[in-house]
Design a protein around this ligand. Sequence first.
Ligand code: GAL
Length: 682
Amino acid sequence: MRITLLATCALLLGAPAAAAPSAPAAAHQVQSDKLWFGSAWYPEQWPEERWPRDLALMKAQGANVVRIGEFAWSRMEPAEGQYDLDWLVRAVRLAARYDIKVVIGTPTDTPPAWLTTRYPDTLRVDSDGKPAIHGGRRQFSISSPRYRDLSRRVVAAMAAKLGREPNVVGWQIGNEYTDESYDPAARAAWHRWLAAKYKTLDALNDAWTTSYWSQTYSAWDQVPYSSVAGNPGWMIDQKRFITDTWVDFQKVQVDALRAGVAPHMFITTNLGGLGWANRFDRYAINRDLDLASWDNYVGTGHLEPYRNGATHDLARGWKRRNFWVMEAQPGFVNWAGVSNMLDRGESRAMAWHMVGHGADALLYWQWRSAPNGQEQYHGALVGADGEPIPFYTEAQEIGRDFAKASAALAGTEPVSQVAILQDYDSRWAIDFQLHNREYDQIKVLLDTYRPLKDRLGAVDIVSAAGPLDRYRLVFAPSLNMIPAALGRHLAAYVRAGGHLVLGPRSGMKDEYNRLDPHRQPGPLTEMLGGRVEQFYALDETVPVGGGTASIWAEQLATRAPDATVPLRYGKANGWIDGQPAAVSRPYGKGRITYLGALLDPASMDRFVAARMAEAAVTPDFAVPAGVERMIRTGKGRTVTILVNHGRTPQPVTLPMAMRDVLNGGSVSALTLPARGVAVLDR
Ligand code: GAL
């Protein structure tokens, strides 16, 4: 069925708009029907006579997609209401002649000067009250009704002009959502949001415990709106409000696009901030979109396989589906402390690392540097003369690889029996009050991720609130906030046979960011048959089990006869000496375990392996250190991708003979060269 739909969709893309069938393929099928490869191109920066040469070079690079438009508002609407979109249509149709599909970016990240000059109320205002100026980007207020309306109008005009162009596959809204605004419209919206949420000021005062420090409010507009630190209840609600503001801002454009573009065209936005940024909730942003995409930059240094791999898994978790890498550096960036070049072969390894983690597309930023503008030094595929530079040859290799492997990978995705929970409420709550400045939640998550990834071809990173039934084992490294409903959701998972492993700081807060009166882990205390008696920020390492803990340690106690203690502290600060560092208990058909300490890597490795064994999660075949094994399955296929991240060759023995997709033939053992890649189909 799926194959038929994909075929229909491919036909559709090549057919004139008038021939569109009544039931086109879903937008997200378009995104994963092949491996996509390309770059960001800015035709508005170049004379039109140059375009064919650019597209011919892209084609020779192996590109099959290009992204255009996302910063070109002043070209699309040179004066208010006067739209000039014919050049975009010409660019899209010219790309079709080279068999290159197009993603169109809406240009709302960069309002034209006429707009912000005529309507200064559309300018973003920072928390200190300073408005942004023209000449950079992101100078707009996401809260301004006028800006939303001007955005809607240009996007509607684009949809009307390009929404039936057969060569367009999708749309990207804006670019790397980043800054909220603190202008008067934002403040007023904040007060309306609070009134809608709490109904009465008494309810708000109670939720935030405003009796503390005389914070009590007697009118909605007394409540500050600011990025300075303050009451944790107030801060967490601001984060939720900012999330809703972004969702509403985006929704205006989603609606304009849905009304005007063919249904098989996907709608996405390219999330930046190196993936983990938490200025707003990225699950919420992705809810209204067809496809998740993110911008994958290394900056200074080299690919960090675990961290970067986990970031892909995070992006895959936003919609629990494969994703696109909408931007990646062609070798180097211009903004890092040291904007070094990736090694020869590293970008190819990185490309396969992305695909192994569930990317169906890789687009470089950017094709060619503008002669002037802030990013002249950035890596590109062609030089100032418009001809290939050294990196282009590596891109060609990737293009050849993708062409060979595309059919084998179409419709496959990483599938895991194990998930790590990532929760924006909890991340905010801990970040507001670190208690130990060394407590880095991403690092804590990666400490759990690493031993899992060493044993498994795929690990999921997903939201806490979504369905968990497909997982045998779920880790929640720092699930600080467990409101009652989430507690019930997790309890149901365990009761039905799941294994839940909570990490330090879990279950400390309720949904208002108040201390939970059960102590940790809040609503799961009874189920655990144990609880945290006291938490301690550590200024030195302490002994635990056969190893050590640092940064954080919690003193646990059992309260049920069938609760066991997998780990105890050794002699430390007196308080935790000999006390439980972890408690575990069978419950229903499953098991819950609470780990209260940040363990050293070897201890964490043992701890994770033991939980995998308890949950009957079997490791995938072993690979040498430095080699990563990634597995995508689907459509009756299992495709293994091996990447040697190291600088020396590595031998790998396969569990069975597999088809070598890139080189042909069948292999059961191979040696991967430095930064080498293998794609194997069984
Ligand atoms: C991204 C941005 C691109 C470009 C790139 C440079 O964050 O989306 O437009 O600026 O950085 O590395």
